[in-house]
Design a protein around this ligand. Structure first.
Ligand code: SF4
Length: 593
């Protein structure tokens, strides 16, 4: 297929807000977005060239230079690492005789890491071009390498390589309650707009993305905002390492999610819905498009939905391009508008100034599925289970050192102990609830409960047994935040990099107590001064690990004294090498003199 920019832009109606989708199409055809293509796109879309170039540079899955016919990304999530991803990655690098990040000389393949592919229950995993492959073993990796070496087109690769398993070990009311297409919407129409919002508020439904804001309050604020144009956005960009429950919800419960979007649109008066799907879930694109087409066919999307005059509503699918920060709702809106995913200043909030500065409801996948069921069955559907301030259930993505990784739905208030027991965890040392920006728990905290009153969670539950080096775990998280910081504000941009460097120093045995003090200090500065939640929470796992797993740090320190972090002995090494000196006066440390 050749790249025809003019017809590509026409296919997207010349709409610059579709820039991310247009660039995805360019990547699919050309494998990279070259400088002349950037210029041509800018002209065709009447956008400043710098804007297009900035977007290309922002997203991990866009390339400005050729990166080989096969672009391989190994998931660098901690649970993939624990399952052997680094060894497998090295095996593939050796097979193609390249270093991490390089392109092979014949332009066949490049191999890199990406933060998390959302396949933590079936890792190690990787992406090749736009396809995800889970359950990597040396044999499967060998098969992939052979297909690449042979230049086999991706559509001719065996389909079983791409199969994604579904590991659901416990269902509660969200997953086990069936919902026929239109059932939630019919109930909403019968109730009326404001009564639907009142029912959602009465149910106590809170956002399942982690922040826990009242869904009814959000819908009411959007419905009451000024102006005739409104939007509903489904945030399906779950990128928190260790979280994969939206994958399951969108694979097997998409109808509930789409129904929730349609109910929200009816309640707030929106005519356009946007489902923002993370790039790492390409296998969900075709099934979601089919479901949307089916809903159009039966009159659940389109003009006068369900015969309600004036209720015109349709849903567009947008796919991300590899940027964790786009899970933050204002960054996600920026991305939907075809820009870099930089979080906005707030207030104003999206409910009044969201997509295209119009009132917008942004809800998480799980929240929308729950909203559809509440609308169908009433507020008691949630109120009858959970805790006073956390009604209903939560879907957990359990991974790491457990016998049965996968999906577990429990009422809010489930204890850490209950979840560990259910998943078959043994000799557990620590649990990270809510992903790297969440809460790190030690085994003294088994009775703590997952709910907004105690330990809130966006869904990740990563388990580490007694064999794991907690410093190695924290090292992985620190690298993750340094990589995913969008770079907009200094405390986060510099702080995440400094933290990653200090952790590296400690793991390599050259850190001192001064590094540990500085880690706590930098983490606090990030918490106080960062522009958005990523920077504010990036120091959480470090601060909690220092407080709860201090021996993991101390045993690696070069000195328990507070020493300057600048290592003069090490910094003199290049000068010694250049001058071919190794005498006592060329050394700083006493031990070398
Ligand atoms: Fe970007 Fe980090 Fe600042 Fe958030 S805190 S805006 S991710 S640099």
């Amino acid at each position: 297929m050749t790249l025809d920019i003019q017809s590509l832009v026409q296919r997207h109606h010349g709409d610059g807000s579709r820039l991310v989708q247009i660039l995805r199409d360019v990547m699919e055809v050309a494998g990279h977005v070259s400088p002349p293509v950037i210029t041509e796109l800018a002209r065709a879309l009447s956008l400043p060239r710098a804007r297009v170039e900035g977007v290309v540079g922002f997203y991990s899955f866009f390339e400005a230079e050729p990166r080989g016919r096969y672009r391989v990304f190994f998931s660098d999530n901690i649970t993939d690492e624990m399952a052997g991803s680094h060894e497998l990655r090295q095996r593939m690098l050796d097979a193609f005789r390249i270093e991490l990040g390089e392109v092979s000389r014949d332009d066949l393949v490049s191999i890199r890491s990406t933060s998390c592919t959302g396949l933590c229950d079936q890792g190690p995993a990787l992406l090749v071009n736009d396809r995800a492959i889970a359950r990597l073993t040396p044999a499967r990796l060998g098969a992939i390498s052979s297909l690449i070496r042979g230049g086999t087109p991706m559509h001719q690769w065996p389909e079983n390589l791409f199969s994604i398993a579904s590991h659901v070990h416990r269902e509660d009311r969200l997953l086990s309650t069936a919902l026929a297409p239109g059932e939630g919407l019919d109930a909403a129409i019968a109730r009326g707009r404001s009564a639907t919002i009142a029912e959602i508020t009465e149910s106590g439904l809170r956002g399942r993305g982690g922040a826990g804001f009242s869904t009814g309050t959000k819908w009411a604020a959007c419905a009451n905002a000024a102006g005739p144009e409104r939007y509903v956005v489904c945030n399906a960009d779950e990128g928190e390492p260790g979280t994969f429950k939206d994958r399951e919800l969108l694979m097997h419960h998409a109808e509930k999610v789409l129904e929730g979007m349609t109910v929200a649109a009816f309640a707030v008066g929106a005519s356009v819905g946007l489902l923002y799907l993370r790039a790492e879930y390409p296998f969900l694109i075709a099934p979601l498009l089919e479901r949307l087409a089916e809903r159009r066919r039966v009159g659940l999307l389109g003009k006068a939905v369900r015969g309600v005059a004036g209720f015109d509503f349709d849903i567009e699918l947008h796919v991300g391009a590899g940027a964790y920060i786009c899970g933050e709702e204002s960054a996600l809106i920026e991305s939907l508008e075809g820009k870099r995913g930089i979080p906005r200043n707030r207030p104003p909030y999206p409910v009044t100034h969201g997509y295209k500065q119009k009132p917008t409801v942004v809800n998480n996948v799980e929240t929308l599925a729950a909203a559809a069921l509440v609308t169908r069955h009433g507020a008691d559907f949630l109120r009858s289970v959970g805790t006073p301030k956390s009604t209903g259930t939560k879907v957990h993505s359990v991974s790491g050192d457990v016998a049965r990784p996968g999906i577990y739905e429990y009422p809010f208030g489930v204890t850490i102990h209950e979840l560990l027991e259910a998943a078959g965890a043994k000799d557990t040392q620590a649990v990270m609830v809510g992903g790297p920006s969440g809460v790190l728990l030690s085994m003294r905290e088994l009775s703590r409960r997952i709910c907004f009153e105690d330990v809130p969670s966006a869904g990740a539950f990563m388990v580490f047994d007694g064999t794991r080096d907690m410093l190695g775990v924290i090292d992985n998280f620190a690298r993750f935040f340094a990589h995913e910081s969008c770079g907009f504000c200094t405390p986060c941009r510099v702080g995440t990099t400094l933290n990653a460097q200090m952790i590296k120093r400690i793991t390599s045995g050259t850190g001192t107590r001064r590094d540990v003090k500085d880690l706590a200090r930098v983490s606090q500065i990030m918490k106080d001064a960062s522009h958005c939640g990523l920077g504010a929470t990036a120091g959480n796992p470090i601060a909690m690990a220092i407080a709860k797993f201090r021996p993991s740090f101390d045993k690696r320190l070069r000195s328990l004294d507070v020493l300057p972090t600048f290592d003069l002995e090490e910094s003199l090494a290049p000068a010694r090498e250049a001058t071919a000196r190794d005498d006592v006066d060329a050394h700083f440390d006493e031990e070398h003199r």
